[in-house]
Design a protein around this ligand. Structure first.
Ligand SMILES: [Zn+2]
Length: 273
């Protein structure tokens, strides 16, 4: 089965060639640790490429999710996923069977560079920031941070969550004098952001990052918040609605990378002798 070339949504001049998943690929990802979703995704997207390999750790989160979906829909005869949801029209639960091919019409490719420059001072000192979507490498860092967050009932939870949110912002920025090491540079920006004046510096920086996210929308239609991605599905009609009634629900469903990475299904391994 041939997978058509995939234009990277953030840099469509880069076309990536993937092979269809083999049994060997599925075996490799069968016991995959959900807390290492992003690290495994990078390994998977790199190992599925025909040379020359473009390191998927440098791709944006949207590029990576869209690539997972691309391989999925182009390697399955029937790429359907079922999502169940509580219907707010009739209060019962419905199943939506979504043909993931339908999402193709939501994919957008960027026609501008995947970053914007802006001036926001730090402690009164004029500073030029580059704002850019989160990449795979940033997601690896957030994933490690998330794993070390205290339990939700822990009194330190909300402080931990705030630090997570600031790290997420720091990872959507770059500075001209960033140290070469990725982690060192991210930690330095984190400390700079922590030192910013709350109302006059930090708040404008957050607003511009949010604006950048909207202006640079690319890939599948999704919402990304607190390191979690949600796919926005086509509106679903209430199953109990009277004919002709216009009662639909727009579903935001978690995009779980692991659901798009092949693994060996237990029913294939059952021994029927
Ligand atoms: Zn309903």
């Amino acid at each position: 089965m041939n997978i058509p070339s995939f234009p990277l949504p953030s840099k469509p001049q880069i076309e990536v060639k993937f092979h269809a998943p083999t049994v060997k690929d599925a075996i490799k990802y069968s016991d995959f640790n959900p807390s290492e979703d992003e690290v495994t995704t990078t390994e998977y997207l790199n190992s599925m490429q025909e040379p020359p390999i473009s390191d998927s750790a440098e791709w944006t989160i949207q590029d990576r999710r869209t690539a997972l979906w691309w391989i999925f829909v182009n390697s399955r005869p029937d790429p359907v996923m079922t999502y169940s949801y509580e219907c707010r029209h009739c209060n019962s639960s419905h199943n939506a069977d979504i043909d993931l091919n339908q999402l193709a019409e939501t994919v957008e490719l960027l026609t501008v560079e995947p970053h914007v420059k802006t001036q926001v001072p730090v402690n009164g000192k004029p500073t030029q920031w580059t704002l850019k979507p989160l990449t795979g490498r940033g997601a690896h860092m957030l994933e490690r941070m998330r794993a070390s967050l205290p339990d939700m009932k822990d009194p330190d939870y909300s402080a931990g969550m705030s630090r997570f949110r600031i790290a997420e912002l720091a990872l959507c920025t770059a500075l001209d004098d960033d140290p070469e090491d990725f982690t060192e540079a991210a930690n330095r920006r984190f400390e700079m952001i922590e030192a910013m004046a709350l109302e006059t510096e930090f708040t404008p920086l957050v607003a511009r990052i949010q604006l950048m996210q909207r202006d640079l929308r690319h890939g599948l239609l999704m919402s990304i918040e607190h390191g979690t991605s949600r796919l926005i599905l086509p509106p679903q009609k209430c199953k109990n609605a009277k004919e002709g009634a216009d009662v639909t629900t727009t579903l935001y469903v978690p995009f779980l990378n692991r659901e798009f990475i092949p693994s060996i299904r237990p029913e294939w391994m059952a021994n029927h002798h």
